[in-house]
Design a protein around this ligand. Structure first.
Ligand code: NI
Ligand code: MN
Length: 289
């Protein structure tokens, strides 16, 4: 892992092997804070020794808050922004207690065009004014639905947003929008923000391309489909976590309809047997990663 120390009013800089936010406890003493090389050396030394004690600074591991809204729908707080993935809530009986109109979004990521990934996207985009990020064809379709704030991407491309970087990566699946419009090629997203990286796979089969993600990015966690039938199932998802070299997996795309009902205990065990952690988040709940 790359490590970061965040000085108040200064950009982050990598300094160690874990991720930290450094905040001033007592702004009166060090105001304005000058991150001199001496200070950074001191902090680095302390971090390497596994400790950091100071009357003036707090060191925190950077975490992201991940909220599950059912099916493949997640909210992630990253870089001070609310990222929303594949909003499919109102048609999902399992998510009936989620209030769609209260879900925050600064950016909405759409992995592909299927109804179970875009159902609430237009209404949320119009309510929030969020930027919709997806492939070119899907962004064009959103434009035809009156959502003009779109950012088109295509496979292999990366872009820097204000919260961090996004790369649109391969998925083995199909992509047709609800009205029959061609939805381009399906994809997933690799997102980096505040020194934390994660992979949102979308709907996909296990594919050797995932090995590339493990090669070029150190992922802190990943959302993978595990429901089988339309996407990879549990056993393939375990292999996928090997390919991407990431042992913290969040489950998605299971239980919503009959074809994808799974045994969640078996899923957790299959991951645990390989020394991996599968998080199955209750709908409407959040975890910090
Ligand atoms: Ni799909
Ligand atoms: Mn799907």
């Amino acid at each position: 892992m790359v490590a970061f120390v965040k000085f108040a009013n200064y950009p982050q800089r990598p300094i160690s092997h874990k991720k930290f936010i450094l905040t001033r406890k007592c702004s009166k003493v060090y105001s304005p804070l000058e991150p001199t090389s001496t200070l950074e050396t001191l902090i680095l030394d302390q971090l390497k020794r596994g400790r950091f004690k100071s009357n003036f600074y707090d060191v925190h591991l950077i975490k992201m808050k991940v909220t599950y809204y059912g099916h493949s729908t997640f909210g992630v707080e990253a870089g001070g922004k609310n990222l929303l993935f594949d909003p499919f809530i109102s048609p999902n009986e399992l998510a009936k207690d989620v209030t769609v109109d209260s879900i925050p979004a600064d950016f909405i990521f759409i992995s592909h065009g299927h109804e179970d990934h875009v159902a609430d996207a237009v209404s949320i985009a119009k309510r929030t004014g969020a930027t919709v990020v997806s492939n070119f064809e899907i962004i064009t379709w959103f434009g035809s639905q009156g959502v003009d704030n779109g950012h088109p991407m295509n496979h292999g491309g990366q872009w820097s947003f204000d919260f961090g970087t996004v790369k649109y990566v391969n998925a083995v699946h199909s992509s047709l929008l609800p009205d029959g419009t061609y939805g381009g090629n399906p994809g997933g997203f690799v997102i980096k923000s505040d020194g934390v990286s994660f992979y949102y796979a979308g709907d996909t089969a296990l594919t050797y391309d995932m090995k590339l993600l493990g090669e070029y990015e150190k992922l802190d966690f990943a959302m993978l489909p595990i429901g089988d039938n339309f996407t990879m199932g549990i056993s393939d998802a375990v292999i996928a976590s090997d390919f991407i070299k990431c042992d913290k997996i969040i489950a998605m795309h299971y239980d919503t309809f009959g074809y994808i009902v799974i045994d969640k205990d078996r899923a957790k065990k299959e991951f645990a047997d390989k020394g991996k952690q599968l998080s199955i988040i209750n709908i409407g709940e959040s975890i910090d990663l």
